[in-house]
Every structure is written in C-alpha cells, then in structure tokens.
Design a protein around this ligand. Sequence first.
Ligand code: F55
Length: 836
Amino acid sequence: KPPPKQIKIAPPVTTTGLTDVDVRSGMQVAALKQAVTDHLRYSIGHPPVATTLHDYYYALALAVRDRMQHRWLNTLQTNFDLKRKIVCYLSAEFLMGPHLGNNLLNLGIEQEARAALAELGQDLDIVLECEEEPGLGNGGLGRLAACYLDSLATLQRPAVGYGIRYEFGIFDQEIHDGWQAEITDKWLRYGNPWEIAKPEVAHYVNWGGHTEYYRDEAGNDRVRWMPYRVVKGTAYDTPTQGYGVNNCNTLRLWSAEAVESFDFQAFNTGDYYQAVEDKIISETVTKVLYPNDEPQIGKHLRLGQQYFFVSCSLQNMLHILSLSGVPVENFAERYAVQLNDTHPSIGVVELMRLLVDERRLDWDKAWAITVQTFGYTNHTLLPEALETWPLPMFQALLPRHLEIIYEINRRFLDEVRARFSGDEARVARMSLIGEEGEKCVRMAHLAAVGSHAINGVAALHSDLLKASVLKDFYEMWPERFSNKTNGVTPRRFLALANPGLRALLNEALGEQWPVNMEQLHQLEAKADDAAFRRKWRAIKEANKKRLADYILAHTDIELDPTWLFDIQVKRIHEYKRQHLNVLHIVTLYRRLKENPGLNISPRAFIFGGKAAPGYFMAKRIIKLINGVAETINADPDVNTRMKVAFVPNFNVQNAQLIYPAADLSEQISTAGKEASGTGNMKFMLNGALTIGTLDGANVEIREEVGAENFFLFGLTTEEVEHIKREGYHPTDCIASNSELRTVLELINSGYFSRGDAEVFRSVVNNLTYSDPFLVLADYAAYVACQERVSAAWQDKENWTRMSILNTARSGKFSSDRAIREYCDEIWNVQPATVKL
Ligand code: F55
C-alpha cells in the first residue's frame, strides 16, 4: 500500500449546537472531515509525518462510533423508559466481520465519508482494507448470530448479544506447500476502535471448590458454594447499528481478569509468584476461541468459558432488572434469552442457582421463570457434535451446578415416568445424565428441558430433530418445537458486498428492498428483458474480475472472468464433501487429457475454508485441493479450459468478494447432515445458481427459486439412511464405475502430489473402505448433474435469466424474516422506535 499523503491537521472546531457541524454527531462531509482530523490529533496523536493509512482507518472508525454512540444512548434510554422486553442472544461466537463499511452503510453516510476522506487525500476503499476483522467465531453459527444482531437493530427490537471477548479469534490460515498452517489471530494488536470498555460493569464468577449446607435466619435449608477460585468478568460493549433507523443495540462481550483481592492475599503470605500465576490462570479463560466447528473437545477450559460468559450475562440481566426496580419474579416478562446451540445451556442451571441460592426463590417458582425465559436453537444432528461433559470434570468445575442438575433431572424423570409409566428405556434415553460408557451431562437434553421453545434452523432439519435426536422430547412436549429457517442480512451480503448490483436494484426497485426483500420479486419481470440481462451480466463479470484480482494477488493463480466461476466456500468437513467436488474436477481433467478436443464450458473451480487444526482428514482434503490445483493449473493441455484455486483464509472480509462473483454455488453435503447452511443463501442473493443435494435450507431454496432453476442431484435423507441400514459398500460403487476407479487410482498414484503416493492414501482408503458420508454413492449423479450445468452455461441468456430469478426469489432468506418469526413466535418482543 502506498504511504498516505501528509496532511495538515485543521484546528478543532468547537460544538456549535448545530447538529450538522457538530464534530461528534454531524453527518455531513464537513463535520465528518473535521471529526477525522480531530481524532487523528486527539485520539491517535501521531505527527503528520508519522500518520499511517491505519491511522485514517482508526480515526474514521472513531468518528463513526461517535455517531453511533449518540443513537446507542438514545436506544438505551428509550428501552428503559418504555420498559420493553429485551432479547438476550447468548452465543459463544459472534462472527461480526469488518465493522466500518457496514456501519457507514447502516448509518447512510458512505458517500459523505468517502468525500470527507477524499478531501483529506485518502481513498475510502483502501482505508476500509486496513480493518482487522474480529473473527470471534468458527463459521455458520457465529455468523448467524451476527446477522441476527443486524436484523434485531434494523427491526427496532431491543436486544443484547452476550458473548466472549476472545483475545485470539479464529486462526489465520496460510497455505504452505499445499498444507494449512495456523497463525494466531492477534486481532487486538493495533487496538479496537469499536468497543468501549466498561470496567465498572463487572461480575464475579466462581470455580471449583465444594458446597456447604446451612440454615438461614428463617429456618430454611440452603446451600453455599465455597469456590476454589473467583474470576472477574468485565464488559466490553460494541454498538450494533440498525439500517436506516436510529436503533443501536449492544454486543456485550466479557473478558476475564484476576480478582485483585486474591493477589493481595498471596502478597501478604509472601507468595508473589503464586499471585502472578493465579492472575495468568484467570485471564486464560477468555484467551482463545476453540477452532472446532463440530466435534466435541471435552476440555475443562471450554466448559469454563461457557460458564464464565453465561454467568456474567445472567448476573448482568438480574442487576439491570433490579436497577429498573422490577421484582425478580418478573424476570421472564423482561428478558427472552436465546441459547445459540448448547454452548450457553449451562445458563439453565445458573439461572436456577442465582434465583434459588442467591435470591432465595422457591424451586418451583424459579423453575417456572427459567423455562419461560429460555429458548434453545439446535444447529446440528451429527451425534459426534452433540455436547456432553464428563461427570468428574463437571463436578470439579461446577459442584453446585451438578447438584442442581441432579435435582432438575429427578423432577424431570418423575414427569417422564408419570407420562410413560413402565418405560424405563425411555427414562434412560431422556436422562440429563448419560450412563452408557463414561458418565456425562447431556447438554442438549438440559437445554430442551429448560426451554419453553426449541427450534431447528431449516424445515428439513427441524423435522429430523423431532424424528431423531430430540424425538423423546418431541413426544413429551410437541408444543415446544418449531422451525425457524435461518436467514442472512441483505445489508452486508448484498448492498455492501455487491455495490454494482445494489445500484441496479435501486434503479429498478427503489431503495427500500434492503429492508423489504419481498420487493425483489418485481425483478422477475425483468428477467425477460434483454437489456436488463446485459446489465446483470456486466455486474457479475465486474465482480468476477474483482475476485480474480484478489486471487491473483493472494495465490498467483490467474483466472479468466469470462469463465464459469464454480465456488465452494465453507468450513472443511467430510460431511460437506469438498472431496466430492474434487472427484468431479479430476474426472473432467482426465476426460480432457483423454480427449483433447472435448468441448467443455471453461470453468474456474474455487475453494475456501478452514479445517479444525486437529481434524486429520479435513487437512488432507485441503492438501488434495491444492495438489490438484497445482497439477491442473500447470498443465497446458487443460489450463485454457479449467483451473483450480484455493483462496487462503476464508473470512467475512473476503467472503464479501467471493459471493458476488459466483456463477455456481456448491451445496453438496450428504442429505440430512447440513442443518441449514447460510452460505447457500448468500450465493443465491447474489444471483448464483445452486448445485446441491436435498439438504438443510437447499430444500427451501429450491422451493422458492423453482426446480427448473436449481441443479439437484443425489440421494435423499431417506435413501441415505436406507443404504446405511442395509450396509453400504463403497467398493461396489467403484466396481460398477470404471471412470471413478481411474480417478481414485490417479489420486492414489501420487499424480497430484509430485509422485508421493503416500499423501492421499488415507483419503482414498477412507473413501474406498468406509466413506461415512456416501461420497462415492453420489459421485455418478453429481458428475451427471455437472454436465447439465455445463450445458446450461452455454446458453448465456437463459443462464442470466436463472441468475436474476435466484436473486428475485431470495427474499425469504433475509434474516429480517427469520428475526420477525423469532420475535413473534418465541420471544414476544415488540419494536421500540428510537428518536434522536
Ligand atoms: C462451533 C463450536 C462448536 Cl463446539 C460446535 C459447533 C460450532 C459451529 O460453528 N457450528 C456451526 O457453525 N453450525 C452451523 O450452524 C449454521 C447456522 O445455523 C447452519 O447453517 C449450519 O448448517 C451448521 O453446520
């Protein structure tokens, strides 16, 4: 990046009382320009000679935050005055992505900021690239939480996102010799202009120790928890601005600190090193995000993180409630607390502890409040991904909570026995304590028992939930279950990510579509308008050029923006079947080698995604993609018709370049395994066609867009289950398909690994002898479907028509629709208009 021009810092203006020239709240170019120069001088304080591009980013961010602060305070005051019920979204992850561009968009001051920077000799687009995104999440689950915060503010619903301020977020991925390397994400290195530390907002969280019984003044038996350690949690608030409204909600993340008095104790006994060690141990709690997106890690520290942020959050809610003068009995009338998967489900027990042990409510009253308060969203059916905690670990960390769980379980199982008398097998299946093998606490059961509402994240997933993992619970409480199909914010993923398309949509539909996505249906008529289609294609091609430039800069691979861009970006996982995509690529490669004159649609196959650092097979799949890419891209026999690229470090920032550049969206998971998917929606919004299985929200995407505009292939959930029941033999697939055999042999021979036949042996053997996700069973159907894609691409006009229809019919997948459903059907939370 070129060094910024030196600037003269203008003298500060004092507040005039006229909003538009107020340096803290003015929304016009002059005020913004002055605000930036003021922040450069007073908040950052580098002399002009040492002022960097990052300083401009930081100064503009602070200027934008000032504008939000104004709205934020009004929002807090309004919510307080109106005594509205508040949504508390508890999530161990919030994958917010870069803030600056989004906040400018939501405040409606992008043009003003661009002009203000231009007057200072800076380019907004370059300044935006300085932001280090807060990667406080693994993937879909964390990003969903971020989209929901955007919609909650935009729909004017009072809401707080409660989570963890990890010092290190999801690792940065580098590719070394085709392998993933993990680099620690030091996102706070250069400061974080978006958060406001609230050291006075602090709560104390206990760990370990034991419990004691005592009799209170009134003669009641009570329990006291005598912890081994106390950790202090302090709040860091990030304002989340709604689009086109004044409402600005709060993302409150907790950071762990040592408790001072503990240090002093050690000082007094002269044990200075013990004191320092204690401090280090305490601060470890929020040090790092666990980079696993599915399987259980079963680590003590992970349970500690969950309990830490949930306890801080619930204590905070109780504290605010009492500040508002509302009796604790009314907790559930004032708070709707949503559990984003089971990670915060210890909250059910913690609220009971706070109400019974600390507020001295009786059990039944406390339990009624608890169940009324919580809702639980499930995000996975994979049995290996369901959270359980070994009893000894649980006992050591949370001795009082285990006692409470036993009591919840005792009462719950009595209810089960009353409903299904004599069915002890059912009792064992439903228990909060798993007894087969190592005894454990089942967190999904805890969440289900402690919540009045339980939902899956796509129609198919919600049905499967009722038929599989939570079947017994569905039979017990059918009224608790519902579906809430996921959604994504059209502000970030369409308006911000795809400015070309935004301009065209504004021209065609006016400017309300970002908050009323159903209006996109009006585009359907335009699909038959050749001039409109030309504009549509030009935008797509410009987006592809933009992505090609990015890929060239980051991988040295040059892609032709006129080719079909076929993209699969998501976490790397066997169930998502990136290797099925690779098998198709190798198939095509072989066909071209055998038959050089073959007429195929030229394609760029683009991948991106991180693998959990301990996930052996996922890391090999990355290596395989890169090995195939290296061979194909260097082969002059084919590289004028196909290329492969792996985009390193897939994150929210580069996602915003990737989705708008896609012609084809790969959504090829084994049916029944992907709970919903949200990338599938982001592609659709941006006019990509989907090739996919009947899995997760793909089912609903196909319903909306029409079967004729969707490339469907593969086994259904029932067929998958049937095959597994009957005994699946992947060797049969190989025996009956010589092309598949040749492809596997080629991979196994070392052809894509510089002659080293060892590297991919495990991948090929796994597919040949186990293939738990039925890659080979779907191979032939997938390859055939890809041929239909190639044929369809030849007809540019019809492809464009289908592309337009995808965007036109994507309205259902706005997170606004999803949040309205949550508010109306689960939370019972009304809008509150904020005035300035
Ligand atoms: C993170 C940590 C743990 Cl311990 C377990 C799971 C995860 C995680 O990131 N899960 C996740 O992203 N699940 C996804 O949630 C999305 C939002 O609902 C779904 O669209 C997607 O299908 C599901 O896999």
